[in-house]
Design a protein around this ligand. Structure first.
Ligand code: MN
Length: 725
C-alpha cells in the first residue's frame, strides 16, 4: 500500500482496539493478511465510520455501525483488497450522514471516496414508477460498475447483510427486497461466477418468500446428512486407492446442494425431495490440470459413465470463468452421481467468482475486464438513445438468465451464445457489419433459414451481401441483446434517414413552387429559432408530417406574434385545448388568459413553465419542451406557473403507438383504453409494410392516469413502442 495512505493516520494510544476490529483482519484467507500500515489505516477507518454513525439505530434497534461493519467483514472474508474493505465500512456515510465525498477523499483516501460515491449513486435516486426506478437504478449501477467492478462487489456485500437481517423489516418490505434480490442480484452474482454468494442469497430469498418450504428442506437435508457422508466414503475409497497408484493426492468432498437449488429442481421436474436429492454431487480437488484429466480417466475406469460424453469446462470455460470437468456416473448401489473435477485455484474461482481475482491478480488483471465484457456491451447499449426502461430491463434479463451453447466459425474459433440463438445472433456476435449484411447461413455446410436454432458444436458460416437489409422480422428471430440493439438502431437510423431525405424533397418542391421564398436556405439558417438543435431533426419532422410547410411558412415569414411555437396538431386536439382554460396558477397574476402549448401538451404532474405571448395570454409548456430553447432569447417573458387543478378536470394527451400489423389491433387498443375509464377523442392508424403507426388522442386527468394507460397499452400483443407525443 502506498505511503500517502498513512499521511493522516495518528496512532491512538488510548483506545484498546476491540476484538471486533481484529476479526476484520483475521478472517482473511492465506496470502491476503494485512501489513502493519494497512492495519493502522483500517483502524482509522473503523473509528471514523463508528463516529459518523454514532447515535443512529437500525430497524432491529442495534447501533447502525453494526451494518457497515458486517459489510466490511463480508468483503474481508472474500479476500478483497484493503481499499474495498474500508469502502464497505463507509458505504453508507454519504447517504446517511453529512459527510461529503471531499471529506472522505481528503481524510481517508480518494479511491475510497470514489467507491463510496459509486455505491451511493446506485441507491440514491427517486423515480416515477417502480419499473423506471428499478431500470434506472440498474443503469446507474452498471455505468458505475463499468468504471470499477468493486462498486458492485460492495453492493453485493451490502445486499447480503441486508438479506441476513431482513427479519426486522415489515412483511411488505421483506417481500419487495427479496424479489429484487431474486430478479437482479442473484443472477448477477451467477453471471460473475460468485457461487457462494449466490447460494446464500438464494437461500435467504427462499426463507423470506416461502418459509415453509425452506424449513422443510433444511430439516430434510439435516436428516440425510449421515447417509450422505457415508455414501461419499463408500464412493471415495476405490477412487482414492486408484489415485494413490498414480501418486495423486486428491481432496474428495460431497456437500448438499443449496436449499434453493433443490427447491427449484423439485418445482421444475415436479418430483419429490428424495428423487432430486438422489442426484448427489461430489467434488474432486487436485493440484494440477493434468491431474484433473487423470482423475477423470480413473473415475470412468471404476464407475460406468451415464453418458458417453463429459463436459470439459477446463478447455473452454463458461462465460463466468467457471472451470471444471463434469461427468455423471453410476456410483455404488447404482446411484447416479455427478462429479466435478478441478484444481484448487479453479475451486476458489468457482466459489468466489470475480472476487477471487483480487487474491490472485491483485485486481489489476485483464481477467477482470474479460469478466465484464458483457457488462460493457450492456453499457454501450445504455448509451444508445433508442432504448427505454422496459427494453433495458428485458435485455438485462436476457443476458442474466441465459444458458449457453458453443458454436464455431469456419476458422474454428469458439463463439458463445445463449440457448435458442439463431444465425442472426451469430452474425452480430462476429461483427455488427456482418450482422447488417447477413442474407443467409450455412450450418455444417448446409443452407438453413435464418430462424434456425443453433446447437452446440455446429460450424456456422454467414453469407453476407453489401445490400444491407435488417428488418422488423429480425427482432423476432434474434435472441441476444447485442443483435436486438443493433437491429433496432439500424431500423431507427434508416427510418430517420428516409424521413430527412423526404423532408428535403418536400422543401425543394416548395422552393420550386415559390422561387422568392428560399425555404431551404431559410431553415438552414434559422432551425434553432424554430426550436430544433439541428437541421436534420427539422427535416425529419417535415418528412414525417410532424411539421407542415404551411406551419413552417407561418413561422418563418409571419409577424412576431404569429411566431408561437406550435407543433403539428390535430383539429380535435386544437378544439379541446382551447376549451381548457383553467387549472393553472400564475405567480402574482390573477385572471390571466391561459393556453396550453400544442407542441408538448402538458398535463398535471408535468413540470411546467409559462410563456407570456402578446395578446394571447400565458402559454403553458412542459419544462423540457423542445421549443423552449427558441424562447430563451426572450427570457423576460418566461414566467413561473403551477398546477391548480379540479378533480373533474380533464386534459388532452397525444399518444403515438407503433405495433406489428395484426387483426383487431385497433379494437384491442380501444378496448384496453376504455378499461382504464379513459375517453378516446380520436384514433388514427396507418400501415406501412407490416408496421402500424397509430395516433391516439385521449382525455386524462393527470400524469399518473396517462402512465397507467401507456403501460397497459405496452402489454398488448405485437406492440413495439408506445410514446407520449
Ligand atoms: Mn447499506
Amino acid at each position: 500500500m502506498s505511503e500517502e495512505l498513512l499521511e493522516n493516520v495518528s496512532v491512538d494510544e488510548e483506545e484498546v482496539r476491540p476484538k471486533k476490529f481484529y476479526s476484520l483482519l483475521e478472517i482473511r484467507g492465506k496470502g491476503t493478511q494485512v501489513t502493519k500500515e494497512q492495519e493502522e489505516f483500517l483502524w482509522k477507518v473503523y473509528k471514523y465510520a463508528r463516529e459518523a454513525h454514532r447515535g443512529q439505530k437500525r430497524k432491529s434497534g442495534e447501533p447502525y455501525f453494526e451494518h457497515p461493519y458486517q459489510v466490511a467483514l463480508i468483503l474481508s472474508e472474500m479476500n478483497m483488497d484493503v481499499i474495498t474493505v474500508a469502502s464497505g465500512m463507509l458505504h453508507d456515510v454519504i447517504e446517511d450522514t453529512n459527510i461529503s465525498f471531499q471529506e472522505i477523499a481528503e481524510i481517508i483516501h480518494p479511491e475510497v471516496a470514489q467507491l463510496v460515491e459509486g455505491v451511493t449513486k446506485i441507491s440514491g435516486i427517486k423515480f416515477k414508477t417502480h419499473e423506471d426506478k428499478q431500470a434506472d437504478n440498474f443503469r446507474k449501477m452498471l455505468l458505475n460498475v463499468a468504471r470499477d467492478i468493486r462498486v458492485l462487489i460492495i453492493k453485493f456485500a451490502d445486499r447480503l447483510h441486508n438479506m441476513r437481517t431482513i427479519g426486522s423489516l415489515n412483511k411488505m418490505k421483506q417481500r419487495r427486497i427479496a424479489l429484487e434480490t431474486q430478479e437482479i442480484y442473484a443472477p448477477l452474482a451467477h453471471r460473475l461466477g460468485m457461487y457462494k454468494l449466490r447460494a446464500e442469497l438464494e437461500d435467504l430469498i427462499l426463507k423470506t418468500l416461502d418459509y415453509e418450504a425452506y424449513r422443510f428442506l433444511k430439516k430434510k437435508v439435516r436428516e440425510s446428512k449421515d447417509s450422505r457422508d457415508n455414501y461419499i466414503k463408500v464412493f471415495s475409497e476405490p477412487l482414492k486407492k486408484e489415485l494413490a497408484k498414480q501418486n495423486i493426492s486428491a481432496v474428495i468432498k460431497g456437500r448438499s446442494k443449496h436449499f434453493y437449488s433443490i427447491y427449484r429442481k423439485m418445482k421444475i421436474r415436479n418430483k419429490p425431495f428424495e428423487e432430486i436429492y438422489d442426484l448427489l454431487a461430489i467434488r474432486v480437488i487436485v493440484d494440477t490440470v493434468e491431474q484433473c484429466y487423470a482423475v477423470l480417466g480413473s473415475v470412468h475406469k471404476i464407475f460406468t459413465p451415464v453418458m458417453e460424453r463429459f463436459k470439459d469446462y477446463i478447455a473452454s470455460h463458461k462465460a463466468n470463468y467457471y472451470q471444471s470437468l463434469h461427468t455423471t456416473v453410476y456410483g455404488p448401489g447404482g446411484k447416479v452421481v455427478e462429479i466435478q473435477i478441478r484444481t484448487r485455484e479453479m475451486d476458489h474461482i468457482a466459489e468466489e467468482g470475480i472476487a477471487a481475482h483480487w487474491k490472485y491478480k491483485e485486481g489489476k488483471s485483464n481477467d477482470i475486464d474479460k469478466y465484464v465484457v458483457w457488462l460493457r456491451d450492456l453499457v454501450e447499449m445504455l448509451k444508445t438513445d433508442s432504448i427505454n426502461s422496459r427494453e433495458f430491463m428485458e435485455a438485462l434479463k436476457i443476458d442474466l438468465f441465459k444458458d449457453e451453447i458453443f458454436v464455431f466459425t469456419p476458422m474454428g474459433d469458439l463463439v458463445r451464445l445463449p440457448v435458442g440463438s439463431t444465425p442472426i445472433d451469430f452474425a452480430f456476435e462476429i461483427h455488427t457489419e456482418v450482422g447488417y449484411g447477413c442474407i443467409g447461413a450455412k450450418v455444417d455446410g448446409k443452407m438453413v433459414s435464418l430462424n434456425t436454432q443453433l446447437k452446440s458444436g455446429q460450424k456456422i458460416e454467414i453469407i453476407t451481401s453489401d445490400a444491407k437489409k435488417p428488418s422488423y422480422a429480425w427482432l423476432k428471430i434474434a435472441k441476444t441483446s447485442k443483435a436486438l440493439t443493433a437491429i433496432k438502431k439500424w431500423i431507427k437510423n434508416n427510418q430517420k434517414q428516409d424521413s430527412i431525405q423526404l423532408g428535403r424533397e418536400i422543401l425543394e418542391k416548395e422552393n420550386r413552387k415559390n422561387r422568392t421564398l428560399h425555404f431551404l436556405a431559410e431553415v438552414e439558417k434559422r432551425f434553432a429559432e424554430l426550436g430544433y438543435d439541428n437541421l436534420d431533426n427539422l427535416l425529419a419532422d417535415v418528412g414525417e408530417g410532424e411539421l407542415s410547410t404551411n406551419r413552417l411558412h407561418e413561422k418563418l415569414f409571419a409577424a412576431e406574434e404569429e411566431q408561437q411555437p406550435e407543433g403539428f396538431l390535430t383539429a380535435s386536439l386544437n378544439r379541446l385545448t382551447r376549451r381548457t382554460n383553467h387549472g393553472i396558477k400564475v405567480h402574482g397574476v390573477k385572471n390571466m388568459m391561459i393556453k396550453f402549448a400544442q407542441c408538448c401538451h402538458p398535463i398535471p404532474g408535468d413540470p411546467i413553465i409559462g410563456f407570456i405571448s402578446r395578446g394571447r395570454g400565458v402559454i403553458i409548456h412542459t419544462n423540457d419542451c423542445n421549443n423552449i430553447p427558441a424562447l430563451v432569447g426572450k427570457n423576460e417573458r418566461l414566467i413561473d406557473v403551477e398546477w391548480d387543478v379540479d378533480k373533474q378536470q380533464i386534459f388532452a394527451s397525444n399518444i403515438k403507438i407503433t405495433g406489428q400489423e395484426r387483426r383487431n389491433l385497433l379494437a384491442d387498443i380501444t378496448k384496453i383504453t376504455s378499461e382504464t375509464n379513459t375517453n378516446i377523442i380520436q384514433i388514427e392508424g396507418n400501415v406501412d409494410d407490416t408496421i402500424n403507426h397509430i395516433n391516439l388522442v385521449i382525455e386524462v386527468s393527470n400524469l399518473r392516469h396517462l402512465d397507467k394507460v401507456i403501460s397497459k397499452l405496452r402489454r398488448l400483443q405485437g406492440i413495439i413502442s408506445v410514446e407520449r407525443k
